[in-house]
Design a protein around this ligand. Structure first.
Ligand SMILES: [Zn+2]
Length: 122
């Protein structure tokens, strides 16, 4: 894999900032939806179950968004430190193709698949 060029790096930094802003906006927007359902609310059992289901979906999606935002912020810190674009595991360049799809990626494709393989192995 090639190391990133200056302009690729700039593209990815812009993508990371945009991603961070989007995630922050969606987290702010979904904050109310993830609030616990008020069981005293006189809305009837079915709508309450509905509300609870929506709340748990909102929570799961907030959880994913929070985790991704953390990865995005970590990537921005690595960029600031001049360490962005190299795999945290093997130190090889991650490659622009992978970063273009997932600018927050901290590992190369090979390491990522090894991590996933060892994770599913137990
Ligand atoms: Zn690697």
């Amino acid at each position: 894999m090639e190391t990133l060029t200056q302009s690729q790096r700039a593209t990815l930094e812009a993508a990371l900032r945009e991603l961070a802003a989007e995630l922050e906006a969606s987290l702010a927007q979904s904050r109310d939806a993830a609030q616990p359902v008020d069981l005293e609310d006189p809305i009837g059992r079915v709508s309450r179950m509905d509300a609870m289901q929506q709340q748990s979906m909102a929570r799961a999606s907030r959880h994913r968004a929070t985790a991704r935002l953390e990865r995005v912020q970590a990537a921005l810190r690595r960029m600031k430190a001049g360490e962005y674009g190299d795999c945290l595991r093997c130190d090889e360049p991650i490659g622009f193709g992978r970063l273009a799809t997932a600018p927050e990626a901290a590992t190369c494709v090979r390491c990522q698949s090894e991590i996933e393989a060892s994770r599913s192995a137990g």
